[in-house]
Design a protein around this ligand. Structure first.
Ligand SMILES: Cc1ncc(COP(=O)(O)O)c(C=O)c1O
Length: 486
């Protein structure tokens, strides 16, 4: 695949021309860039996040590349937190948006039927697991993943008449009260006093930081046995839940794939006991993991799928798809003003069709496998890479302290400071990546599914050099201390 933008390694020293053209013919000077960033820091909330670590002012973007106001090109391995499956401004997406604008169609219609919505729904149904597509309903939620999670939980509670929920350690389901209650991250959940009195937290199998101290298949088997106990033991204290909510690959939790066998056990247990299985595919959906849906790896069909991010082709859209038998809620049970964004539906339909036509799920599997393989080889030279893992183009690297005390399974302590240093080093070399996972010590790569081979090579090269630089920094004080001793 050809890359649409130059891939030369643009180090910080090469960077920072003083001005650059921006859409609309405006010029942004280095001073203006600094002013925009200063104003943002002064005007926007203390809760702003990406903007703190990525002090760039994007003015143009194409494919996997963002051009900053400083004239630098950045390889975008964040892709709007996994939203931009086709990268920035893909011609198919831009054309679909333009066609709606040029047609004079209304842009906002609440949840009324329109030809654009009808077409989007057809595109969506065509990609769903056939068993679900054969008998499902689609609910358009408010246009965020979190709102769709809220809707899914509400639906399951209404349909079952039960209140309990099972969610997992490491989970991320969004920031609204109900979704946050399901989320594992204590640091964001606790200040918001978000919680659900009917929630039971279960241990998610983790290949590096096993919650049982067992690791591998033993850890996954222990987790599955624990879920079984909670569901089947009349003295479990949990009771039969309204739903089990699971991410097929935990993204924000640090790129932790659910083991296939474990997910199958979860499916058979929930089916056996009439508990709806909600798969949160907000981040994993539409090819990201190397299959159209994360659950496909295990051959599992959930009762409810929560979809957002890529489904809107880069514009805000979120839907819940569920088995027809669950459709037992009343009119207006989960309403919201912004559920009819026509531009997002057009962009989404174009994106879904392009993913299917171009076989981008298979491409993500192949390229992701290659990237993970190469990154694993970096481990030989870089002891700060505790583990490299991922599925498709959802890749994570555990950044650890090689001098730290290993746990009983040999896992080293997280090194969040080093991870932050690596992120900054990558940015200075023109690669945008983010952190996630426990202590924010997992470097995450979420490039567009359209990432070209030469762009992937460029990424590997920059990553290798950034790792060298961080390792040098880290080792320098030690080397100095040793030299002083001699
Ligand atoms: C698995 C998962 N669920 C839900 C959400 C929340 O989506 P949103 O940020 O659109 O509310 C996210 C966001 O990253 C996610 O990764």
């Amino acid at each position: 695949m050809p890359s649409p933008a130059p891939t030369a390694d643009r180090s910080a020293s090469q960077a920072a021309p003083t001005s650059d053209g921006v859409p609309g013919g405006a010029r942004v000077t280095a001073d203006k860039k600094a002013l925009i960033l200063t104003r943002q820091a002064a005007r926007e909330s203390a809760a702003r996040s990406y903007a703190r670590h990525l002090p760039i002012v994007p003015v143009r973007a194409q494919g996997a590349w963002i051009t900053g106001a400083d004239g630098r090109d950045y390889l975008d391995c964040l892709s709007g937190a996994g939203t931009l499956a086709l990268g920035h401004n893909h011609p198919a997406v831009v054309a679909a948006i333009r066609a709606v604008l040029d047609s004079g169609a209304p842009l906002h219609v609440l949840d009324l039927a329109t030809p654009v919505k009808d077409d989007f729904t057809s595109a969506l149904l065509a990609l769903l697991p056939p068993e679900l597509a054969a008998d499902c309903r689609v609910h358009f939620a408010g246009p965020t993943g979190a709102d769709a999670v809220e809707a899914a939980v509400k639906l399951a509670r209404t349909a079952t008449g039960r209140r309990g929920l099972f969610a997992f350690t490491g989970a991320y389901h969004g920031m609204t009260a109900g979704a946050l209650a399901l989320t594992g991250a204590n640091a964001v959940r606790e200040p918001a006093v978000a919680g659900d009195p009917f929630l039971t937290r279960l241990p998610f199998p983790h290949p590096y930081r096993c919650p049982f101290g067992l690791g591998g298949e033993l850890g996954a088997a222990a987790s599955a046995a624990y879920v079984r106990t909670l569901i089947e033991d009349p003295l479990s204290g949990a009771g039969l839940p309204a739903a089990v909510v699971v991410e097929p690959v935990q993204g924000e939790g640090g790129v932790v794939p659910a083991p296939d066998g474990w997910l199958r056990t979860l499916r058979s247990l929930t089916r056996e006991h009439g508990v709806p299985l909600i798969a949160d595919e907000v981040q994993t959906g539409f090819g990201r993991t190397g299959e159209l849906f994360g659950v496909n790896h295990a051959g599992v069909v959930p009762d409810v799928m929560v979809l957002s991010k890529a489904v809107g082709g880069g514009l805000p859209l979120a839907v819940v798809v569920y088995r027809g038998a669950l459709d037992r809620w009343a009119e207006g049970a989960h309403t919201g003003t912004f559920r009819g964004n026509q531009l997002a539906m057009a962009a989404g339909a174009a994106t879904l069709r392009h993913i299917a036509q171009e076989g981008l799920a298979a491409r993500a599997a192949e390229l992701g496998g290659r990237l993970v393989g190469r990154l694993m080889r970096y481990q030989a030279d870089h002891s700060l890479l505790g583990q490299v893992r991922g599925r498709g183009l959802m890749i994570g690297m555990e950044i650890v302290d090689p001098a730290g005390e290993p746990d009983s399974l040999g896992a080293l302590p997280a090194a969040p400071g080093v991870a932050r240093r690596l992120r900054a080093e990558l940015l200075s070399r023109g690669v945008i990546a983010e952190l996630g996972g426990r202590h924010g010590a997992v470097l995450r790569l979420l490039p567009p599914l359209t990432l070209a081979d030469d762009e992937a090579e460029h990424l590997l090269g920059v990553l290798g050099r950034a790792l060298d630089a961080v390792a040098e920094d880290r080792d320098a004080p030690r080397a100095r201390a040793e030299a002083a001793r001699v």
